[in-house]
Design a protein around this ligand. Structure first.
Ligand SMILES: Cc1cc2nc3c(=O)[nH]c(=O)nc-3n(C[C@H](O)[C@H](O)[C@H](O)COP(=O)(O)OP(=O)(O)OC[C@H]3O[C@@H](n4cnc5c(N)ncnc54)[C@H](O)[C@@H]3O)c2cc1C
Length: 547
């Protein structure tokens, strides 16, 4: 008898069962509590519905849509320029499910009900966990609405299709479609942060419309039905609506040069384009383009924060699941004291990210009704975009490590999430730009400073560390000469204090105390898994568990 007849190579054991389908809303205690706290609880039925879809069918679709990247079809078989993008069917199904549940438009459909943006933030939070790439066109279609309202005619023509809960991927003039999506084009080769350096030219035509000649260096979702773009008109930098098809039924002169070969974000197509006399309508006044498009940008920045918080949640769920089943050195990983510290710390970070994100969504929601909330939205969007997006890659990497080698291979979706995680920090204004924006808001709009400190003051007396940090932050701007060089440190501390205040007032008391001790008092190291021995690790793990 040969040795291979006597022995089998091995039995597969101690491997972790698949995570399986789950309801991303029902199983996420921190999200549910935050939605209720911030005024979106009335939408619970819609969130439960979408939670099941996002945690079920969409999880599978997300894998397929990222395995089969979109491809550019610049020409048709007969050599005519078509500039189309070919997507895998999973991409289309993800878009359909997202739009059917209102990930792009729930807030506008329910604009009269306070909390609509909070509920919509929860939808985006869940969609992002299944697939981040489709969130790009959904975000831009959500965010474009306030800017389009600058022009009543344009709004009347576009908003019904942009806020439709339908998905219509056909490449047709917008007027012939049931539903539309939109993108944005600001970044050029010579500069993305400094959009005033845009070189694309806009020439006014006799009929009042414009033709644009120039390029965009990053132009995501090039299959959208229209884009807001910036270009230099006679009166200065101006915002335009550029449709994919001209009103006369011809393709607009938008040439896709190539698709970006990106680190991650694979289900989403991002392109380089040139405009060869592309037809466009002006939105807002000539010379006011940056201010006009910033209304869109402020909402896309909110979505960066939402997406990163969602990614943190998904990574933590996967790490907890693995640790629950995997054994090493005679115990489940979840029973190993040091691993418990790591996992509890991930839960804590994710919960603080969720709490801050939903608080900012409430400020955005209330900004038209309440000037203080408007001021808070202004500054807290920059703070949250900076801090939550910065924390996501670190957290996702730590969650990967909880899976050991399994976290580094493609069968684990954590490899994909890790590639995705840095993006929200880069696009829609990189980290430095957010921190400088915080300083700009504090200097030029004193109401933002009042609104920010009012949030901290609302938690006065609840935690000695936050009280002490509140006093110190009151002086942080005193040394004006060094402000810019200190901008990151200032933004980080302001974000942490705001997270602490939100958690103390509405979150779980043990979570809030652990957050203040670790993040404000400094009872914590630079890496995750450095909570103090007396931290409420058991309680944190219980809160993080998908139940
Ligand atoms: C996948 C992907 C998709 C994208 N899709 C789009 C899209 O659809 N539409 C679009 O318009 N753009 C898009 N972008 C572009 C993105 O918004 C820009 O890359 C980003 O704004 C930065 O611009 P930049 O690349 O030109 O970098 P730069 O502006 O050159 O900045 C480089 C670095 O310098 C820093 N910096 C700049 N100014 C200062 C300063 N004064 N002080 C200190 N630091 C500073 C920045 O923070 C950054 O870290 C996309 C980017 C990516 C990666």
């Amino acid at each position: 008898m040969s040795i291979s007849e006597r022995f089998s190579t091995h039995e597969v054991e101690n491997q972790v069962p698949p995570l399986g389908a789950s309801n991303l809303f029902v199983t996420d205690r921190a999200l549910r509590e935050a939605v209720t706290r911030e005024g979106g609880g009335w939408a619970e039925a819609a969130l439960v519905d979408f939670g099941a879809v996002a945690g079920g069918e969409m999880m599978e679709l997300g894998v397929a849509a990222n395995r089969h990247k979109p491809a550019l079809q610049a020409y048709d078989a007969t050599g005519h320029r078509v500039d189309e993008i070919e997507f895998h069917p999973a991409y289309h199904r993800l878009m359909q499910l997202g739009m059917q549940h209102g990930v792009h438009a729930f807030a506008w459909r329910h604009a009269e009900t306070p909390g609509a943006h909070v509920a919509r933030a929860a939808l985006m939070f869940m969609h992002y966990q299944a697939d981040s790439g489709t969130c790009c066109p959904l975000t831009m279609s959500y965010a474009v609405v306030p800017a389009l309202r600058h022009d009543a005619g344009v709004a009347a023509e576009w908003l019904p299709r942009l806020t439709s809960f339908d998905y219509d991927p056909r490449s047709l003039p917008a007027g012939a479609k049931r539903a539309c999506t939109m993108g944005m084009g600001m970044t050029e080769k010579q500069g993305g942060s400094d959009v005033r350096a845009n070189s694309t030219r806009a020439l006014r035509q006799a009929d009042g419309r414009y033709e644009l000649v120039g390029h965009k260096w990053f132009f995501s979702a090039p299959m959208s039905d229209g884009w807001l773009v910036l270009a230099q008109a006679e009166g200065g930098i101006t915002c335009f609506l550029m449709p994919r098809w001209r009103p006369d039924g011809a393709r607009n002169a938008i040439r896709i040069q190539r698709l970006k070969d990106k680190l991650g974000d694979w289900s989403n197509a991002s392109s380089e384009v040139e405009f060869e006399g592309a037809w466009a309508t002006r939105i807002g006044e000539e010379g006011r383009g940056v201010a006009t498009i910033l209304e869109m940008v402020s909402l896309t920045r909110l979505d960066c924060m939402i997406g990163s918080a969602g990614l943190m949640r998904q990574a933590t769920v996967q790490a907890l699941h693995h640790a629950t089943h995997r054994r090493a050195f005679g115990k489940r990983l979840l029973e190993q004291p040091l691993m418990r510290n790591v996992l509890a710390d991930l839960v804590l970070e994710g919960e603080a990210a969720t709490a801050l994100t939903l608080r900012v969504a409430r400020a955005v929601d209330a900004r038209a009704r309440d000037p203080r909330e408007a001021a808070l939205a202004r500054i807290a969007t920059a703070l949250g975009k900076y801090w939550v997006c910065k924390r996501a890659p670190v957290l996702v990497n730590e969650a990967q490590e909880c899976l050991g080698g399994a976290g580094y291979v493609e069968e684990s979706t954590l490899a994909r999430h890790y590639r995705q995680a840095p993006l929200n920090s880069i696009w829609e204004g990189c980290g430095n730009i957010q921190c400088l924006d915080v300083l700009r808001a504090l200097a030029r709009e004193p109401e933002t400073r009042d609104a920010y400190f009012a949030e901290l003051d609302a938690a006065r007396g609840l935690d000695a560390d936050l009280d002490a940090e509140r006093v110190r932050l009151g002086h942080v701007l005193d040394d004006r000469a060094t402000l810019e060089v200190r901008a990151r440190r200032i933004a980080e501390r302001m974000a942490l204090a705001l997270q602490a205040s939100v958690l103390l007032r509405g979150g779980d008391a043990e979570v809030a105390a652990a957050f203040c001790a670790s993040r404000l008092r400094g009872d914590h190291g630079a890496a995750f898994g450095t909570l103090a021995p007396d931290a409420p690790i058991e309680a944190l793990l219980a809160r993080g568990a998908a139940a």
